[in-house]
Write a protein that binds this ligand. Structure first.
Ligand SMILES: Cc1ncc(COP(=O)(O)O)c(C=O)c1O
Length: 388
C-alpha cells in the first residue's frame, strides 16, 4: 500500500482564508480576513435554539431537513420574490451553503463536464469543481463595475457545459448582478441546456438601492436553477452550519441522496431556530443592510485614507482593494506584512483567481465586524504610510 493522498486532494491547497485567520491570532492582528461577524446573533434566534435543545430536539432531523424549516424557506422565497417553492419536493437543508454547493455539484456533474465560474470567485468553487470531477472555465469580471463581456461568456460555453455558477451579491467583489446581466446568463443557459447554480448567501446585504434578483425568478429559470443559501450571513451564525438548496424537482432526489451520504443532516435544534429567523419581517433585513452600510463606509474611508484603491461594494461585506500605490510586493507577501507589521489580517487576492498572478496586487478586507473592531483596524491602517 502506498501512503499518499488522492490526485484530487493534491490539486488544491488548504484554504488560504482560514490560514489567514490563524495568522491573525498569531500576531494579535485585527482579523478582517475570514467573513464571520464578531457581533451577536439575533436574540430571538438564539432563544429558539435554546428552546429546541430544552425540548430535546437532539436527534437526527429528516435527512433533507426539518419540515418546519423547509416550509419557512419556501414561504420566504415566495413572499420576497414571488416564486412558488414546494418544501416537500424542492428544498434540501444541508450543513451550510458550503455543503449545499458541494452536494449540488456532485449531484449534477459527470467527470469531464464543464462548469463556468466568474472570476474573481469565492475560493471554494475551485476545489468544489475538482472534487466533482468537472473542468472549470473562467469568465472575467472587470472593474470598476465588475461587469463581464457577454461575448467572452458566450465563448466559454461548449457542448460540455453543464452549469454556470453565479454568486450575487458577490464575494469578493461586492458586485450585485443586474437583471440584464442575469438575463444574458439565463439566455445562454437556455440555449445550451445548462443549469444555473446561484449562491445567494448575501441576498439581504445590499447598499445604495441595489436590488437582489434571484436567477430562479427570471422567466423559465426556476426549472433550470439550483438556488443556494444559508443562515450564516443573514442571521450572523456562521458556526451553526445550516444552509439549503432550492432545486427543480427533477434534481432534488439526486441532491438529497448526495447530501445524505455526505453529512446525514444539518444540526436539528439549529434548524428549528432557523425556522424562527426565516419568519422575521422586512424590518430585520432593512436594519441588517443599514448596519452593514455604516460598517462599509467606515472601512472604505480608512482604506482610501491609507492609500488603497477599490470599487465601493454594492452588496456583501468585502472590499477587494489594490495596494499598488503602497507596495510592489506580491499579495501573499503584502498580506503577511500587513498582518504582522501593521496588525490587520486580510486575504491575499490570488485566492480568488485560477491564475494566481491575476490577484497579485489586491487583498480582500471583510467588514462584518463591530464598529470598535473596524475603528481599531482604521487606526492601524492610518499608520501604514509611515511603515511602507
Ligand atoms: C459566497 C459564499 N458562499 C458560501 C459561503 C459559506 O457559507 P456557509 O457558512 O453557509 O457554508 C461563504 C462564506 O464566506 C461565501 O462568501
Amino acid at each position: 500500500m502506498s501512503v499518499r493522498a488522492s490526485d484530487k486532494a493534491a490539486r488544491f491547497t488548504e484554504s488560504v482564508i482560514r490560514e489567514m485567520t490563524r495568522l491573525a491570532h498569531l500576531h494579535g492582528a485585527v482579523n478582517l480576513s475570514q467573513g464571520f461577524p464578531d457581533f451577536p446573533a439575533p436574540a430571538e434566534v438564539k432563544e429558539a435554539a435554546r428552546r429546541a435543545i430544552e425540548a430535546d430536539v437532539n436527534q437526527y432531523a429528516i435527512t433533507w431537513g426539518a419540515r418546519s424549516l423547509r416550509q419557512a424557506i419556501a414561504r420566504k422565497f415566495e413572499r420576497l420574490y414571488g416564486v412558488p417553492v414546494d418544501p416537500e419536493r424542492e428544498v434540501t437543508v444541508t450543513c451550510g451553503s458550503t455543503e449545499a454547493m458541494m452536494a449540488t455539484l456532485l449531484a449534477i456533474l459527470n467527470p469531464g463536464d464543464e462548469v463556468i465560474t466568474f472570476e474573481p470567485f469565492y475560493e471554494n468553487y475551485g476545489p468544489d469543481a475538482i472534487l466533482s470531477g468537472a473542468v472549470p472555465r473562467f469568465v472575467k469580471l472587470r472593474p470598476p463595475a465588475w461587469t463581464f463581456d457577454p461575448d467572452e461568456l458566450a465563448r466559454a460555453f461548449s457542448a460540455k457545459t453543464r452549469a454556470v455558477i453565479v454568486n450575487t451579491p458577490n464575494n469578493p467583489t461586492g458586485k450585485v448582478f443586474t437583471r440584464a446581466e442575469l438575463e444574458t446568463i439565463a439566455d445562454l443557459c437556455r440555449r445550451h441546456d445548462a443549469l444555473a447554480v446561484t449562491d445567494e448567501i448575501y441576498e439581504h446585504i445590499l447598499y445604495d438601492g441595489a436590488v437582489h434578483v434571484p436567477m430562479a425568478s427570471l422567466p423559465g429559470m426556476a426549472e433550470r436553477t439550483v438556488t443556494i443559501n444559508g443562515m450564516s450571513k443573514t442571521y450572523s451564525v456562521t458556526g451553526w452550519r445550516v444552509g439549503w438548496t432550492i432545486s427543480p424537482r427533477s434534481l432534488t432526489g439526486a441532491i438529497r441522496k448526495v447530501h445524505d451520504f455526505l453529512t446525514v443532516g444539518a444540526p436539528a435544534p439549529l434548524q428549528a431556530a432557523g425556522a424562527v429567523g426565516m419568519a422575521f419581517d422586512a424590518d430585520y433585513y432593512n436594519h441588517l443592510a443599514l448596519d452593514y452600510r455604516a460598517r462599509r463606509d467606515l472601512l472604505c474611508g480608512a482604506l482610501t485614507d491609507a492609500g488603497f484603491t477599490f470599487s465601493v461594494p454594492e452588496g456583501a461585506y468585502y472590499v477587494l482593494a489594490h495596494f499598488s500605490a503602497l507596495s510592489q510586493d506580491d499579495d501573499v507577501t503584502f498580506a503577511k506584512w500587513l498582518a504582522s507589521e501593521v496588525g490587520v489580517a486580510t486575504v491575499p487576492g490570488s485566492s480568488f483567481y485560477h491564475k494566481r498572478t491575476l490577484g497579485r496586487s489586491v487583498v480582500r478586507f471583510a467588514f462584518c465586524k463591530q464598529t470598535e473592531t473596524l475603528e481599531r483596524a482604521a487606526e492601524r491602517l492610518a499608520g501604514i504610510q509611515a511603515r511602507v
